[in-house]
Design a binder for this molecule. Structure first.
Ligand code: GLN
Length: 249
């Protein structure tokens, strides 16, 4: 068994320990005997339909976002089609913003997004910074918590009826207002949470691995359980911090 992972723009969007997310995916796949074929996709490099099972894009500031936005737009159609065909996708922070329709910065200039996720983002006055705790139900009936850290000026607004990644129990989330965090379509997830995200939320790493395998094999596999003692402790510490402090302006 194997999964092929495409990491978009690792040279530009990488400010939130994004390698940590990739390391977790790689380890959790390896522990189960799944080959992890990691590839990078940079500026000007084409995305070939059907080549990857899981895409990843990390966070970056406005400047880096502006540098890659036109290139990402040129890949938009194939990426949307990949997700429609079952590919998994994790997008964090600046990458998350560009998976929506647009990001409008503080001076009013708009960066185009690729409309893979149903939202848009408008930069606000103050940054939303702090620990976050979410309640998620990514699979119906299976409630999970997700703990992380956010740091963004953009306020993201989901389209009416669009699925968030979760509901905010502590922190700001998409915009500090409507109680939603992240966005989700099929196997694609966008979120402001980093820290990095996956080391303390291994259930989400496994969900992504399962989606990626399902795309490759044509059926959803049962993944072996892993002990996860350290991971659970990390999540508890992070969740407690979010409950105690949350995000604050
Ligand atoms: N444009 C972003 C913001 O809202 C960048 C997000 C990020 O990755 N820090 O601040």
């Amino acid at each position: 068994m194997k999964i092929v992972v495409g990491h978009l723009y690792p040279d530009y969007l990488n400010i939130y320990a994004d390698r940590g997310n990739i390391a977790v995916l790689e380890r959790r796949a390896a522990w189960r005997g799944i080959d992890f074929d990691y590839r990078t996709i940079g500026l000007g490099e084409p995305v070939r339909a059907g080549e990857h099972d899981l895409y990843y894009v990390g966070g970056g500031q406005d400047r880096e976002q502006a540098l890659i936005a036109p290139d990402l737009v040129s890949k938009g159609e194939v990426l949307r089609e990949e997700v429609a065909q079952g590919a998994a996708f994790l997008a964090v922070c600046g990458g998350y913003q560009l998976l929506g329709r647009f990001y409008r910065n503080r001076s009013g200039a708009e960066l185009p997004g690729i409309g893979l996720l149903p939202h848009h983002t408008i930069a606000g006055e103050r940054r939303m910074i702090g620990d976050v705790l979410l309640e998620c139900e990514v699979e119906p009936g299976d409630r999970r918590t997700l703990a992380g850290f956010e740091n963004h000026a953009g306020r993201t607004y989901l389209d009416e009826g669009a699925a968030p990644l979760g509901r905010v129990l502590a922190g700001f989330g998409n915009n500090g207002d409507d109680g939603f965090e992240g966005s989700r379509v099929g196997g694609a997830i966008g979120t402001y949470l980093h820290g990095p995200l996956l080391p303390r939320n291994p259930w989400l790493a496994d969900w992504l691995i399962a989606k990626a395998l399902a795309r490759r094999l044509g059926e959803t596999p049962e993944l072996d359980e892993l002990p996860d003692d350290f991971e659970s402790s990390a999540q508890l510490v992070s969740a407690e911090r979010a409950r105690a402090r949350g995000g604050r302006f």
